[in-house]
Design a binder for this molecule. Structure first.
Ligand code: PMP
Length: 379
């Protein structure tokens, strides 16, 4: 073998192929509303996280274009150097206002937020207690921190108490998704907050899938959540991540989070778009409610448990079964991505439906009928 790295990669890819786990990047052109074109085929997408369709909102696009014309396409430096263009403050004020905190910090993405926040606050001698189904970037941040990483059973407060009782730590973060990205269910925030208060731990919620779509756009519950993290890439329609927290915590994060300090600020157009999107959300509670309403219409019609968020999972088991489900829906004109390990635990490959304000009721009903007949085989 002349190039052992290529041989290594080829062998790894063959193993992924054999397990139906190989993934490919496929070009998808998003058109208006929920229509996409992939490989020349027009499909109605139920796999976009742009829950409010704000990526296409005229006011959001106009704000982005205007900011780009005025300030250029890039920030030019990290925020602590010269990349903190004047648009950032307005965005952070809007986020803090929405979440009811004294301050907010915007990061380059949600992933960057999580891998920056956790190591800035805890380290060796500390612990991070993480819901076993929390998003991968919470696990990545926890691992990077050097603190002990302890998983607790999904949404199981008694299990959290059990693992905390068995751990010795100086400081501790309890970390959970607010809305779980692959399951669509909601964390028991009030109970987690009570445990955090009792044990002197800091509760962190990743509300990537709650902001904009639950509680008139405010997101999943946040009483007792010291660290309210989320992303601007889903209902907010653009890109970026945030932490909403107290003034001293945000100031510390601006000093200590490496993924804040050592990376370039977001482009001005991206920051302006997010601020404009938050203004649209604030003015239109009916828009914010629509994705969950449509998800419930779907779960009722398909005979599935009532949706708690815009995300509805249909667990099919094997990766091959999930791919077959995806193909059956594609044949009927729908794009619904199969989600396979390692994104979800082995044996729980699934179809993940994401509902958007841009969907039409008639398409949701037709999807439900196709899912019943061609995927669930329920006739
Ligand atoms: N947290 C959760 C729960 C997510 O689903 C995602 C996105 N898949 C992220 C964080 C990462 O956010 P971003 O895409 O902005 O990096």
């Amino acid at each position: 073998m002349t190039n052992t790295l290529d041989a290594f990669a080829t062998m790894k890819l063959a193993a992924l192929d054999a397990a139906a786990l190989r993934r490919r990047v496929r070009s998808v052109a998003r058109e208006m509303d929920a229509v996409v074109v992939r490989d020349g085929v027009r499909l109605i997408s139920f796999s976009c996280n742009d829950y409010l369709n704000l990526s296409q909102h005229p006011a959001v696009i106009a704000a982005s274009v205007e900011a780009t014309r005025r300030y250029g396409v890039g920030a030019g430096a990290s925020r602590l150097v010269t990349g903190d263009h004047p648009l950032y403050r307005g965005l952070e004020e809007r986020l803090a206002g929405l979440k009811g905190t004294a301050d907010a910090v915007v990061f380059g993405s949600g992933y960057l937020a999580n891998i920056g926040i956790i190591p800035a606050l805890v380290g060796p001698g500390d612990a991070v207690f993480v819901d076993e189904l929390a998003h991968a970037c919470i696990g990545a941040g926890a691992k990077l921190s050097g603190a002990a990483v302890v998983r607790f059973a999904h949404n199981d407060v008694a299990d959290l108490c059990r693992v905390m009782a068995g751990s010795v730590f100086r400081h501790a973060i309890i970390a959970t998704d607010g809305v779980f990205s692959m399951d669509g269910d909601v964390a028991p925030i009030a109970a987690l907050a009570a445990v955090a208060a009792e044990r002197g731990a800091w509760l962190m919620s990743d509300d990537a899938h709650g902001i904009g779509v639950l509680d008139d756009g405010r997101g999943s519950p946040h009483a007792g959540v010291a660290l309210q993290m989320g992303t601007l890439s889903k209902a907010v329609g653009g890109y970026g991540g945030y932490l909403c927290a107290s003034a001293p915590v945000c100031a510390l994060i601006r000093n200590r989070a490496r993924s804040f300090v050592y990376t370039t600020g977001l482009p001005p157009g991206v920051v302006a778009a997010a601020a404009a999107a938050l203004d649209v959300m604030a003015a239109d509670a009916a828009l914010c409610a629509r994705p969950v309403t449509l998800a419930r219409l779907f779960t009722d019609a398909a005979g599935l448990p009532a949706a708690q968020s815009p995300i509805v999972p249909l667990v099919l088991g094997s990766a091959a079964a999930a791919l077959a489900g995806q193909a059956a829906l594609e044949a009927a004109g729908f794009l619904v991505a199969a989600i396979r390990p390692p994104t979800v635990p082995a044996g729980t490959a699934r179809l993940r439906f994401a509902f958007s304000a841009a969907h039409r009721e008639a398409d949701v009903m037709r999807l439900a009928s196709v899912v019943r007949t061609r995927v669930m085989g329920a006739g």
